[in-house]
Design a protein around this ligand. Structure first.
Ligand code: HPA
Length: 274
């Protein structure tokens, strides 16, 4: 079996052949930030399918791109589109892009996503700074032989989300008049949405928002030594908190409505990261 590290190295090789750019920060775009690339002074772009070994989404119209460029002075690489565990990918492939971002030279990773509000005070359109997470309902992305070149066998997760980066995001939100909630993100595998009983369980466990993507990326990123921060766009109240059944279109629409403040917050925060 090919080692995971070697696979990521091959991806880096494949990128380096086409693009000569060293990012300081990586940004993973979730729903609601689909047009974020318009904010970037773009230097180069690659379709995921051009990168050897990179996981490509099977959903038509979801072909992702890596976008290299600047936000202010900050050199960034932006992932437009991610693959999810529920699509059937191996967990090591789900987090491969995060490891690639690290090996391309990034020190910081900004994760964004769409999530359901588990905290009863949250409403569709709210933004939530992720201060901690619960990832033990999904397969740990570090299972398997440890890739020593990436990180240690038993990495500390007591401060996954970086206090310094969080402070920058809070400051920007305050200055721009963007209401910013804070809370704990829990990841489930999906793709079915939760039942009301599951949502009550998640709330009892201390979760504020639930989603299907980000916690495993954060674990892989911390393992690899990235400083991590994340913001969720609350796209709906989780199952059982309202009478309404959940649907993907509703999630997408709420994400689109929050796009303006979300874009502002992410853009200005990244420009200020040091
Ligand atoms: N549950 C899980 N993932 C989600 C939700 C939800 O309610 N909304 C957006 N992503």
């Amino acid at each position: 079996m090919d080692r995971v590290y070697e696979k990521v190295l091959r991806c880096r090789e494949s990128v380096r052949k086409k693009v000569d750019f060293t990012p300081k920060a990586g940004l993973v775009l979730g729903s609601g930030l689909g047009n974020f690339a318009e904010q970037i002074q773009v230097e180069a772009e690659l379709a995921y399918s051009e990168i050897e070994g990179f996981p490509v989404s099977t959903v038509p119209g979801h072909e992702g791109r890596l976008i290299f460029g600047h936000l202010g002075e900050m050199p960034i690489v932006c992932m437009k589109g991610r693959v999810h565990f529920y699509e059937g990918y191996d967990m090591t492939d789900v987090v491969l892009p995060v490891r690639l971002i690290r090996l391309l030279g990034a020190e910081i990773l900004f994760l964004t996503n769409a999530a359901g509000g588990v905290n009863p005070d949250f409403r569709a359109g709210d933004l939530m700074l992720i201060t901690d997470q619960i990832s033990c309902f999904v397969r740990n992305p570090l299972i398997g032989p440890n890739e020593e070149e990436l990180g240690t066998r038993f990495p500390d997760m007591s401060a996954i989300y970086d206090g310094g980066l969080n402070d920058v995001i809070r400051t920007v939100a305050g200055e721009q008049g963007i209401a910013l909630k804070e809370g704990v993100y829990v990841q489930l595998t999906g793709p079915s949405f939760e039942t009301p009983a599951e949502v009550r369980m998640l709330r009892a466990l201390g979760a504020d928002a639930v989603g299907m993507s980000t916690a495993v990326e954060a674990v892989a990123a911390r393992h690899a030594g990235l400083r991590v921060c994340g913001v969720s766009c609350i796209c709906n109240q989780a199952a059982g908190l309202t009478e309404n059944p959940l649907c993907h279109e509703e999630v997408q629409e709420a994400a689109d409505r929050a796009a303006l403040p979300f874009t502002k917050l992410v853009k200005e925060s990244i420009r200020r990261f040091r």
